[in-house]
Design a protein around this ligand. Structure first.
Ligand SMILES: [Zn+2]
Ligand SMILES: [Zn+2]
Length: 44
């Protein structure tokens, strides 16, 4: 692990949140299951 390569890690502190393009912000996919793209959050 290299501690000086942090740009490859997901940033949860981002102030901008976008409505998920996969589920449309519902957090549920077309199968009625938790959206794998946003993990049910509805934004990504
Ligand atoms: Zn999305
Ligand atoms: Zn989603």
């Amino acid at each position: 692990m290299t501690p000086d390569q942090e740009d490859a890690r997901p940033v949860d502190l981002t102030p901008k949140r976008w409505q998920c393009c996969h589920c449309g912000g519902t957090g549920v996919d077309s199968h009625g299951e938790t959206c794998p793209h946003c993990e049910g959050l509805g934004f990504c």
